[in-house]
Write a protein that binds this ligand. Structure first.
Ligand SMILES: Nc1ncnc2c1ncn2[C@@H]1O[C@H](COP(=O)(O)OP(=O)(O)OP(=O)(O)O)[C@@H](O)[C@H]1O
Ligand SMILES: [Mg+2]
Length: 238
């Protein structure tokens, strides 16, 4: 997959740094090979994209690719990645994101920092939503886009707040939701009552990710049974 990043030179102010000029440099070539479902969402311009699938079906990688694409394609845009806990951000999202970030596009990605700053002025912020306070703090944001990972582990309020925060002037306003199925607000919102602004990919089994080893999938089949298997491996709402 190719992603092109236009040359830009203009003044931009991020929340912590001011650049007099920024230049994304040459076009950046991303040699990604998305899965079928990742590809479908990366090319989709619905306001809200939703990917609900089994464990390992490629949800977090999709979120990383989608976030990086937004940053490269829309210089100066600010996005927020929300996950249930800091541990998940530190141990899963950052290492995965690091695999998909073109280093030449990055100005700052300090270890442990809660934001990544791109040379083109785009910013990715990271927030947890594991307490009342952290959820309430989301209300202070003004962003172009959000990505909620593991949405089924979060409260509906996180979604409610974030849809009201995507209003960075002069930018695209979009959201991505990823998660493993669970019968909670995610089911009522995206399966029972989706709106026209939503593009939803659901019931994606673990086996839809061709980058997993057959051993891994076979191992899950052996261990998991019944409804748990259906939910975790077949990606179904049960
Ligand atoms: N497009 C891709 N190209 C290469 N590898 C990929 C791709 N998509 C996924 N993978 C590989 O598959 C693994 C599982 O993908 P990912 O972490 O996105 O799944 P997940 O659905 O978020 O899993 P979990 O349910 O555990 O959160 C990744 O660590 C990565 O190694
Ligand atoms: Mg994941």
């Amino acid at each position: 997959m190719w992603q092109r990043c236009q040359k830009q030179t203009r003044k931009v102010t991020t929340t912590s740094l001011e650049y007099d000029e920024y230049d994304t440099g040459a076009e950046i070539e991303l040699r990604w090979t998305p899965t079928e479902q990742q590809h479908e969402i990366l090319l989709n311009d619905a306001k809200y994209n939703v990917f609900l699938g089994g464990i390992g079906s490629g949800k977090t990688v999709l979120g990383c690719m989608w976030s990086v694409s937004n940053c490269l394609n829309y210089p100066g845009s600010i996005g927020v990645v929300v996950a249930p806990t800091y541990t998940l951000i530190r141990d899963v999202i950052w290492p995965e994101l690091a695999k998909w970030l073109p280093t030449e596009a990055i100005a700052e990605f300090p270890t442990g920092a809660k934001k990544i700053i791109f040379r083109n002025g785009s910013v990715i912020m990271f927030r947890t939503a594991d307490s009342r306070r952290s959820i309430e703090r989301l209300r202070g944001l003004t962003v172009s886009w959000f990505w909620i990972d593991e949405a089924t582990l979060l409260e509906k309020e996180v979604w409610n707040i974030l849809v009201g925060r995507i209003r960075q002037p002069g930018h695209l306003h979009r959201g991505l939701v990823t998660g493993t199925p669970k019968m909670n607000w995610v089911y009522s919102k995206f399966i029972e009552a989706p709106t026209k602004q939503m593009h939803i990919i659901k019931e994606i089994p673990t086996s839809a990710n061709p980058f997993l080893s057959p051993d891994y999938i076979e191992g899950l089949k052996q261990e998991y049974t019944g409804l748990f298997y259906e939910q975790e491996v077949l990606g179904r709402f049960v």
